[in-house]
Design a protein around this ligand. Sequence first.
Ligand SMILES: Nc1ncnc2c1ncn2[C@@H]1O[C@H](COP(=O)(O)OP(=O)(O)OP(=O)(O)O)[C@@H](O)[C@H]1O
Ligand SMILES: [Mg+2]
Length: 619
Amino acid sequence: MMDTIADPDVKTAAGARPPLPKRPETGAPGSGLWAIIGPVRGTIWLAMGMAGLGMVCAVTAVAALGAVLECLRGGHVDLPLVRTWDAWAFGGLAAGLICASFLLRTLAFVVSHLGAFRLEQRLRTDLTAHLARVPLGHVITAGTGTLTKTLQSDVWSLHAFVADSTPLFGRNIAAPIASLTLLFLIEWRLALVALGVFILGMVVMRLAMRDYATLRRRYDQAREAIQAAVIEFVQAMAVVRLFDGGSTSFRRYHAALLTFREVLRTWIVTSGKAARIALLVLSPMPTLLAVSVAGVVLHAQGTIGFPALAAVLMLSTGVADALIPLMWINEFLRKARAGALRVQDLLAVPPLPTPQRSATPRDASVVFDAVRFRYPNRTDAALSDVSFTVAPGTVTAVVGPSGSGKSTVARLIPRFWDVDGGAIRIGGVDVRDCAPDALMRHVSFVFQDTFLFHDSTADNTRLARPEATQADVEAAARAAQAHAFIAALPNGYDTVAGDRGTRLSGGQRQRITLARAILRDAPILVLDEATAFADPENEALIIAALANLMRGKTTIVIAHRLSTIRDADQIAVLDHGRIAECGRHDALVAADGLYARLWRTHEAAQGWTLRTDSTGDPS
Ligand SMILES: Nc1ncnc2c1ncn2[C@@H]1O[C@H](COP(=O)(O)OP(=O)(O)OP(=O)(O)O)[C@@H](O)[C@H]1O
Ligand SMILES: [Mg+2]
């Protein structure tokens, strides 16, 4: 039984159309694939049917040509309906069948490709619609690499399966069946010989493929290891070349190559002989040979005429020709199944529940009420019993040692994940009762990893408010201290930024993100380490930008640089996922707890210098 990703509390993004099925809990092999191609199953049957019928026409045309020869020799074909036919009639039939075969084959190709494009489009829209609804945290944890692979290669392998394998499947199932049927009609003894060799071929094929699954898995793993090593080699090039001339990562690449060579060698040695025998047996040669010998004997005995012998020989190749393509289909199926499973795994990720009716926050306060949270892939809690209240228009700083859960606090507000216990309320409304767009209208987030699209600098800023005018964008950029550097870019606000466009420095990217947040102008602001790119000039600019951004807003700021948060209305000190202390700077320093310790370390760091003695040795 196939259940769906539909949830009574979840709006169906794709509209009234039923969602694609998720991965079945249990199921016959291939059922995953069968379910995923559901929307185009009819098209697939049609393409397979047309390809099969085309093959039947081609095979029957061969028999008709045999009948032409028979008529030319003065004989006739002793079959119902065609007893009175002459060579011309059979010739016409053969020509018609050949045309029909060609037409059906082309049509099957067109239909299967149309189906494949339809499936691809459907999968892409459903997957992107679904991805837009899964918790953002899942996207972070799964990694963009894995998601890209599913959206690109897996969808593509399903496209290839529908487009290319289905007509192939239809043709190669129909070919042996039609050929054998006609062979039995013409000369059952020779048909038995052809059938015998065909069965032998199937047995040999099975034997040759016996270890195939294991060998193939090892081959795929070795290939993936090489790909990973190449990616690592290229991505880490700057780091490794500076440290060890690249030899470490090159060694890894080399080792992956050696493993791959070994896997290939084992494959060739273990299955080489079987594969060579299989290829020989699976080729049309053995069938032709066996049928020819038997045919010549029967011909010599006078039991079979020459035209029938010629037709039998041609038809018997039709039986044998299907074996090798049937082997390929196995491979197509394997890839498509693997792709279908990954697509279903992604579709099975539960979407972030959205409320039927969105509540509207009453003011700009933020409350953490006994929040408990554990990352899905971890056993220990990231946050335990975290409670604090941020009054409207005030600034709360969250500080604490590395790994204490500061970024987790920031990420739970926009529901990257939902809390396991307690609640986060904005203006008195649980964030889970707030529709995503309402939540985003109320809260601006500035996270450390800034992403710029391959688009103009103006449009990158406008992302926060698409209807903003050029004047609005420039005003926001000025407030974010970004106007000067944007104006100095080759095409000013029209300069294309992003990884494939003009490269911007970390601090510049950060200020564009701040301009986005300023443009959005939401009453609540969540900042995670916005002062990370801190050469003195950049830091001064970013602090000025932040001051503009934070004016009149409720702010939760996470910063390592304690100097930037000294004036906060409240400082929440996290330690191992718990609130250790909460208060104003002076009170916390006086309390002489964790914050006082962090503050002393910070103060001491201000006085640090790279020179420790008069000889100038750096420490
Ligand atoms: N995506 C994730 N999946 C699983 N565990 C995570 C994830 N992100 C963070 N953690 C874990 O949760 C805990 C809190 O992490 P968090 O990033 O909130 O710390 P932090 O206080 O922001 O640290 P830092 O100051 O170094 O940025 C850590 O133990 C961390 O290993
Ligand atoms: Mg952090």
